[in-house]
Write a protein of this length. Structure first.
Length: 300
């Protein structure tokens, strides 16, 4: 049985496809991982072929025990290792802060079963076989089946209300194409919005530094470069040059008067993760740019 595959990758899109033959799944924020069960032991492999057995040692041992006890047939599964906070939200920061006892493998695809390879099998059939495998395993926190939905809006509402990362939309008849980024799979991100002010800029790399007020102090919260059109970037640099206060360590600092909104996925180490420009906020003031406002979004 093949031991290593490259993952099939979704293409980022701004909107959910609603035409016929699409299935919709929760997108979990973690480590893309292949699970290879040979009947005796399990090998967990990263998307780049690195062995994850030691990295996720407790999960690895738990999965072996479950697969042995239920006599699961030889198989290779595709999925995501993550720290599941609820059915629709995986906590990326928790994955990197030593919460190894809370790890789960979210199984969303089947590559091989017994001596059969399922690369050319339509997704909807692969999901059926995969669900049967996971159903054999007693209820546990180590492995879950990632269900497909036929109605996008109801799932999207659950994802957004639970602060999930986003959704993966997949053609029901799509085959599995290892190592290819395909438009038969699309990912839609659930962007969150933060109101911040521009704090500094770095002309050496083009990054803009933003901040908010936190306990009365200026608190740097995100550095970004993506999302700005070229004319917006040029105009913004000119404004910041005219409002510069001082220079230090290659950065030019400005008076905190330009308020913008950033899109981001979640918080990591009390910073915005994957920030990108959303819009200027000429009707907002510095009073809107607070850490408390950002934190309030994540209160569950």
């Amino acid at each position: 049985m093949t031991s290593t595959y490259l993952p099939m990758l979704p293409t980022l899109t701004a909107s959910i496809p609603y035409t016929a033959n699409w299935l919709y799944e929760v997108k979990y924020d973690g480590y893309r991982t292949f699970l290879n069960w040979d009947g005796n032991t399990i090998t967990l492999t990263s998307r780049n072929g690195h062995n994850f057995n030691k990295k996720f040692q407790l999960l690895h041992h738990s999965l072996i025990k479950l697969f042995k006890e239920t006599n699961i047939s030889y198989c290779i599964l595709d999925g995501e290792v993550c720290v599941l906070k609820n059915k629709y939200f995986a906590n990326f920061e928790a994955l990197h802060t030593g919460q190894e006892d809370n790890l789960s493998f979210m199984a969303f695809d089947l590559i091989e079963l017994n001596n059969d390879t399922f690369l050319s099998t339509p997704l909807i059939n692969r999901k059926t076989y995969l669900q049967k495998i996971i159903k054999k395993i007693p209820s546990n926190n180590s492995i879950y089946y990632v269900a497909s939905y036929t109605h996008a809006d109801s799932l999207w509402n659950l994802i957004t209300s639970n602060k999930g990362e986003g959704m993966v939309c997949k053609k029901a008849d799509s085959i599995y194409s290892p190592g290819k980024r395909t438009k038969y799979w699309l990912k839609v991100k659930n962007w969150k919005i933060a109101t911040v002010f521009l704090h500094a800029y770095d002309q050496t790399n083009g990054y803009l530094h933003t901040a908010v007020k936190r306990s009365g102090d200026i608190y740097p919260v995100a550095n970004f470069t993506h999302g700005l059109r070229s004319e917006e970037r040029t105009a913004l640099f000119e404004v910041m040059k005219r409002n510069k206060v001082y220079q230090k360590a290659g950065l030019t600092y400005v008076d905190p008067g330009i308020v913008i909104q950033l899109k981001y996925l979640d918080l990591y180490k009390e910073k915005l993760r994957h920030p990108r420009f959303h819009q200027f906020c000429f009707d907002r003031s510095l009073e809107d740019c607070t850490w408390d406002n950002i934190q309030s979004l994540w209160e569950m």
